[in-house]
Design a protein around this ligand. Structure first.
Ligand SMILES: Cc1cc2nc3c(=O)[nH]c(=O)nc-3n(C[C@H](O)[C@H](O)[C@H](O)COP(=O)(O)OP(=O)(O)OC[C@H]3O[C@@H](n4cnc5c(N)ncnc54)[C@H](O)[C@@H]3O)c2cc1C
Length: 454
């Protein structure tokens, strides 16, 4: 086997395991080193969100590894947002046109195990309990710690799929600065659980992503196939003097109960272990990671959260990481020049990562403040009407990101044009009566060229 066809992946999380599968299936010799134990033997030691929303980009990548069907078997379909208003009312806001445009709630643990199995079946060599500690890029030797000692591994190239706190990234920066900037969101999250009802069924509508928007904070809940929901409470980290609840003022289980009784009253009876969940679960932190460069010549490249961690409000971090995997595998196959492949991968993906990072930040405002606001609902109504009138030109931004594979940067730019049209056309109105359709149609045709099928 030529040295050119050997690759070493750090991290057997979601991106690392999928990338290993794709590369091994294309004939690469792949070693994967993972800090944790084998989840198939020791159980999945997550630490981050229990379930995730899988969308078309992620599904497409899984299809190319023949893993989509295995994943879909345990996934729960989510057709739209079920908005829970403060007065107890509910409204389902569909995400797409019909059931061909939906997202899927998947368990992080099950998904990771499916991908690890796929990587192994494809011929990748997996090394668990091996934490990357140091890298000598000149000698191309990586040192991993595990079983109480150091393990040296000679590599041709290191692919850093080791998440937001990436050790590969830290090691690369000791050789050449990558222009790292981490922007922390002043909001954190806690996960709680809604168990099944006494008859073993779901306690709320299963085929939806539930949202309780409350201005500067919110709760969401995603279904799991064992008939539970994982609830995530997002709160500001600090009070900031505005009287809004925060993790500074909501500290004990009793505080959490009082908050739910006041602001999430319909959810409260569904979470029997609210106090103990709240007190025993850690507060998760959220950040956006910006880098100017992702690669180091032909020696190393970063992907997934290691390259572009983002806040979770568009449900795209994993989907974007999976797109990275397909892109990197394609670039590596397209040329024997590894440095050129890494550079081409970075040139393709970095602007797209920036775009989805920005859209994820914007979506937080939309989810917590706007989904129950009258202007927003009118703009959504007009958006649906324009999407029907111009199906190949006016595709809602959420749909471009979630149901299509249009590059994120294109979705971002077209989304900006569309938002301006919607805001302008609905200004001062409380219904769509009297809209000048002829003028609006002409603007759509002028500003939004038809989208090509991907
Ligand atoms: C609350 C929350 C909700 C989210 N919801 C969604 C969602 O709905 N949809 C979505 O698409 N995305 C979502 N995301 C984002 C998603 O979780 C990440 O984008 C995704 O996990 C990135 O995958 P990754 O493989 O790059 O990193 P990770 O999943 O973090 O995997 C990194 C792996 O590297 C290993 N590792 C770390 N350090 C080392 C080391 N030194 N040596 C060896 N191994 C190491 C880790 O153990 C881990 O297995 C969410 C994130 C959060 C926090």
């Amino acid at each position: 086997m030529s040295a050119q066809r050997q690759l070493t992946i750090v991290g057997a999380g979601l991106a690392g395991a999928l990338l290993a599968t794709l590369l091994a299936r294309r004939g690469w010799t792949v070693d994967v080193f993972e800090r944790r134990g084998d989840p198939r033997i020791e159980g999945y030691a997550g630490g981050r969100s229990i379930n995730l929303a899988l969308a078309e980009r992620g599904l497409h990548a899984l299809r190319s590894a023949d893993a989509a069907e295995a994943v879909r078997e345990h996934a729960v379909m989510m057709r739209g947002r079920m908005v829970h208003f403060l007065d107890g009312g509910e409204q389902l806001q569909r995400y797409g046109r019909d059931d061909s445009e939906v997202i899927w709630s998947v368990s992080r643990g099950e998904l990771n195990i499916t991908l690890i199995d796929a990587a192994e079946a494809a011929g990748a060599r997996l090394h668990f309990d091996r934490r990357l500690d140091a890298v000598d890029f000149d000698a191309r030797i990586a040192t991993f710690l595990g079983d109480g000692r150091a393990h040296m591994h000679r590599f041709e190239a290191l692919l850093g799929a080791d998440g937001a706190g990436s050790a590969v990234r830290q090691q690369m920066q000791q050789v050449a600065p990558l222009g790292e900037r981490m922007e922390w969101l002043d909001h954190g999250y806690k996960e709680l659980e809604i168990p099944p009802a006494f008859d073993g069924e779901f306690r709320m509508e299963p085929n939806a992503l539930h949202i309780w928007p409350r201005g500067r904070y919110m709760c969401i809940a995603l279904p799991n196939d064992e008939r539970t929901f994982t609830v995530t409470l997002f709160l500001p980290s600090h009070d900031g003097g505005r009287g809004t609840p925060s993790f500074e003022s909501v500290v004990s289980g009793a505080d959490a109960r009082a908050l739910f009784a006041r602001d999430f009253a319909d959810a409260l009876p569904l979470i029997p272990d609210l106090e103990s969940d709240f007190e025993s679960h850690p507060i998760g932190t959220l950040a956006t990671l910006y880098l100017d460069r992702w690669s180091l010549g032909d020696k190393a490249v970063l992907l997934g959260d290691a390259a572009h961690a983002m806040v979770p409000f568009h449900g795209q971090g994993m989907n974007c990481a999976f797109e990275d995997c397909v892109s990197l595998a394609n670039h590596l196959d397209a040329t024997g020049d590894r440095a050129a492949a890494f550079a081409a991968f970075e040139a393709e993906r970095l602007p797209n990562a920036r775009a989805i990072q920005q859209m994820a930040l914007e979506n937080y405002l939309e989810m917590r403040e706007r989904v129950d606001d009258a202007d927003f609902l009118l703009q959504r109504a007009l958006e649906r009407a324009l999407a029907e009138r111009h199906p190949d030109r006016f595709v809602p931004r959420y749909a471009m990101v979630t149901f299509r594979r249009i590059p994120y940067a294109v979705a971002f730019e077209r989304g900006r044009v569309q938002r301006d049209l919607l805001v302008e056309a609905t200004r001062g109105r409380d219904s769509l009566d009297g809209i000048d359709w002829e003028r609006l149609d002409a603007e759509v045709e002028r500003q939004l060229p038809p989208l090509r099928a991907e």
